[in-house]
Design a binder for this molecule. Sequence first.
Ligand code: GDP
Length: 309
Amino acid sequence: LKGGLRKTHSQIITGLDEFFISKKDKASRAEALETLFELLVQADVGVRTSEYLVDKVKARMNAEDYSDPKIFKNILREEIFTILTATKENPKGILENPLQSLSDKKLPHIVLMVGVNGVGKTTTTGKLAYKAHLRGQKVVIGAADTFRAAAVEQLAVWAQRSNAEMIRLKEGSDPASVAFETVKKASENGSSVCLIDTAGRLQNRQDLMQELAKIGRVISKENPDAPHEVLLVLDATTGQNALQQAKVFLEVVNITGLVLTKLDGTAKGGIAIAIASELGLPIRYVGVGESVEDLEVFEAHEFVNALFA
Ligand code: GDP
């Protein structure tokens, strides 16, 4: 994560350090707060959340503290941590918990992957399958994005890496049929985890809503409490657009958690703070590269450690 947040770190923290050095640690309160606001906005924390953070820092600082960048940064760090942890409580997924802690649940644990095309949904599905595979969990993947043949082929490669069976139907089939067959297969072959990759065409909200609702209905027929998780995948490099996408999906489907991809190589990592603050949804995983291992379980303390390192 530290590598992944390098650019965001230089945007916010190095920016602050340079400011305090340039002022020879005699920054005025107004200058310091203004600089903080600008740096946060540039890192895609967003105007609202940046204002909120600036107000929090302002309220907690004594006038004399502005000569001490350490106090300033520590307060900022605590407030960012608070935002990242004050999200809606959701049961943790099978990928973060040993199987026995889920023994009261009926297996398979069914996860629906949603998000706009290009955000890294297929890659993330593959990475999650691999994580489950490394835990010794048997996985079935459903290729329910039936309109993108290339995406299905790509998913098949990922599935192979995790020894996972993949369910696909012919191009243009009903995504709900794929979901149905996937869950059926997972139950039949005693799989622990069932990952269903859905399509992400946002152009027609109505279609998307109907498609996801139908998938939900089909899945819950045999498994009344499923899907157990609905993970929305967002691309960190799109900054504030990711937040807008999330708002659209939230109107359509009951999202239980977020995956923030492509944190590596972007200075817009502040979007994680904006998302947590504005949506109150937990970030569950972060993508920090293109290879199969490049997915980390999101931990707020690790995020602030990496950001402020
Ligand atoms: P989908 O259309 O949402 O299924 O997106 P894909 O999974 O096909 O990913 C789109 C591109 O993003 C591919 O080139 C992936 O390799 C890349 N990608 C996905 N996740 C990450 C990540 O965490 N970091 C980086 N650098 N690239 C990623």
